[in-house]
Write a protein that binds this ligand. Sequence first.
Ligand code: FES
Length: 154
Amino acid sequence: MLSEERKQQLDEIIIRYPQKQAAMLPALHLIQEQEGFISKNAMQYIADYLEVPIGHVLGVVTFYTMFYDKPIGRHHIQVCTNVSCHLLGGETLVGHIGSRCGIKPGETSPDGKFTLSEVECLGSCGTAPMMQINDDYYENLTGEKVNSILDSLK
Ligand code: FES
């Protein structure tokens, strides 16, 4: 399932560890980079490759919010609603973004453009409320700021 290039990368990572299963996170990142999400088949592939039960892979994929077990939109909007962000209106932003994009948390817009998620602390509490879209952080958010960010996304 992994391309030859990614398989080679994973093999190079595996030899750094005393046990193959220690390479679980990089293995999952590699497959998600390639496929866009981690399907059941991909989980089985990684389980076989690292010689662990599939339940172990499933547990890791479902624990970390950065791994997706189904296809997501081009722009994955993750709004923090943990303590600092909650106190400064994180939930209001979730509602605002949801009504602008026509989706609820956990959903993807029908055109595949946006996926909205409510997430735990992203480690940027000093700039709350904040959100992450794909790999970028957007901080000290207001409704207006969110509007202009969403307008700028293709
Ligand atoms: S509480 Fe939102 S980034 Fe920490």
